[in-house]
Ligand binder design. Sequence first.
Ligand SMILES: Cc1cc2nc3c(=O)[nH]c(=O)nc-3n(C[C@H](O)[C@H](O)[C@H](O)COP(=O)(O)OP(=O)(O)OC[C@H]3O[C@@H](n4cnc5c(N)ncnc54)[C@H](O)[C@@H]3O)c2cc1C
Ligand code: SF4
Length: 339
Amino acid sequence: MLHPDRILAEEDGKAYAAVNRDIPELMRSSSGGVFSIIARHLLSDGGIVYGSAFDKNMQLIHTAIEDKDKLHLLQGSKYLQSLNDGIFKEIRTHLRTGRKVYYTGTGCQVAALKLYLRKDYDNLFTSDILCHGTPPQNVFNFTLKSLENRYKGQVVDYKFRDKKVWGWSCSSSCSIKSGNRIRYIGYDKSMDAYFNAFIDAVNYRESCYKCPYAQSRRSGDITLADFWGVEKYIPVPNKRNGVSAILVNTPKGQKLLQEIVNSMDLYDADIKDISVINRTLTGPTTRPPERDYFFTDFEKNPGKTMDAYTRQDLKRHMVYLLKRNPLTNALINRIKSLT
Ligand SMILES: Cc1cc2nc3c(=O)[nH]c(=O)nc-3n(C[C@H](O)[C@H](O)[C@H](O)COP(=O)(O)OP(=O)(O)OC[C@H]3O[C@@H](n4cnc5c(N)ncnc54)[C@H](O)[C@@H]3O)c2cc1C
Ligand code: SF4
């Protein structure tokens, strides 16, 4: 395992809450959209952005984006491991030509890139995503198969955190293509089961339970996270669109933040408040006893294993159906226009 002291910032980062300004593109982001703001800024300057995207077979891989119109592929948290095969060499080539590179990934991925490069480059900017663990792709593949069998089509898009129905929340959705038709699914028991198993931490890779990057000294120039519970500490407006917690860990990160500060509303924050829910700022996720048998059970009977994490929420399902109904929506909009 990599030794964190070779990579991590010297001190805890300076903490902020960042609220996005109702910009529609940022609604595709999971939290306050700081990733997109930084990425757009560096793309405008001729840079290249690396982050995690699904390929056409819904396999998660780190991908390079050079065009703002494709940035949506990287937006949004994907709760599984993203492969980085072969890209570090490509990144080094860009850096050597003087091009600005923005690399985003989990703490261990940012650290791995820095170890590969062996030296600091002024034109490399990094963000580590605050992370409590990643399940392997095969667990997610089973969820995709279940959805495809149930809805008789192919999953062409999957959002782990879709703000469309519930705003800033942990509600998943997917789009399924059958023939020429694309159907949007905003509630399904297999999507819920995947999310619950992830939150219960039963299916992370073994190394995540001993993660050396789960601490307040971080591997990226700027750490990106959700600021859950922000209203207890800072009176932010517009919470529904998502609020990011950011830690600025290096002078390079501080300079970058100054360059983008006009694109969002920033508030001073205390890292202790961010850590109340984000326990991985103080140590790795506890390995639950179920982790001992999750993968052996999953190999024998994936359906039964995942079903154990289904907690059907009838109320949520009903509200979702009502909100998706055009008549109810029209009625809600009419009432809003009168008040
Ligand atoms: C596996 C995982 C666990 C997380 N755990 C926490 C947590 O415990 N607490 C917390 O506050 N926040 C956590 N986050 C981070 C949070 O969900 C948001 O991704 C983060 O706040 C950035 O949001 P944003 O609105 O700025 O950008 P978004 O537009 O949502 O950008 C997402 C960024 O994350 C990157 N990314 C997405 N999925 C992956 C992946 N699987 N591997 C590597 N990079 C990825 C993308 O490349 C992009 O840079 C986690 C994210 C992931 C992927
Ligand atoms: S928990 Fe640690 S080891 Fe696991 S993916 Fe996140 S940063 Fe990497």
